[in-house]
Design a protein around this ligand. Sequence first.
Ligand code: ATP
Length: 259
Amino acid sequence: MPDGAASRSGKGAPVRLDRVSFSYGEAPLVFDVDFAASKITAIMGPSGSGKSTLLNLVAGFETPRSGRVLIGGVDVSAEPPSTRPVSMVFQENNLFAHLCVEQNVGLGRSPSLRLTEADRAAIAEALARTGLGGKEKRLPRELSGGERQRVALARVLVRDRPVLLLDEPFASLGPALRDDMLDLVATVHAERGMTVLFVTHQPEDARRIGQDMVFLDNGLVTATGKADDFFTGAGPEAFRRYIGGAGDVVSRDIARKRT
Ligand SMILES: Nc1ncnc2c1ncn2[C@@H]1O[C@H](COP(=O)(O)OP(=O)(O)OP(=O)(O)O)[C@@H](O)[C@H]1O
């Protein structure tokens, strides 16, 4: 499939930030970086380094001061979020409080909730996959935090866009549930091959599903490469300092897996 509009559904599309600058009124953030099609890239960096801003620029919630955002080779810089070939899951507040689970997921299919039979079948399948069968009519406030994030994931499943943006979506969950969710993302990624940009502060989460790594520091991309290389000590000094002792644990896990 050629890059471009054709890659708006189905397989992953490459994402490029071409000398994108952005400012909230203070020092500018400048991003010049490529995310490979159909890879899961972990985005890490100290608090305030610009990770969420980068995702918001890709999603269209923020507009570059200069430079271009390209998805599948197409300049989407002037497009609103709704027309970009992107889905996003935030740390919280992904759901509409007055809509039930089924409707919240249905929005991924049709913003007006005019759903076809095929849409309803896709919604039922996504709810089953995320373990939400039987909870279709519940409101978000009647769900646990983990269940709410699963609804957000189910919506992403039915939306089926070539790019998935995850902004610490599982940060508030316990470790076992977090691992389950990460595994679900990895399984869906293996099936569909969408491009995933995954912001996380957790080295073990980045290690679990990340294939590539983009490291931000102070509003700039300061290192990119294979995630494994970062965790086996080949990453920049700033990365090692950032993850501190967690690096040793993750490296040991990698060594154990390989023996
Ligand atoms: N709405 C806003 N208004 C003004 N400044 C903002 C706004 N959002 C973020 N910033 C600033 O922009 C910079 C980058 O913020 P961003 O949220 O992208 O960082 P982050 O790496 O995602 O941080 P964290 O890991 O803490 O979530 C920070 O200096 C932050 O204070």
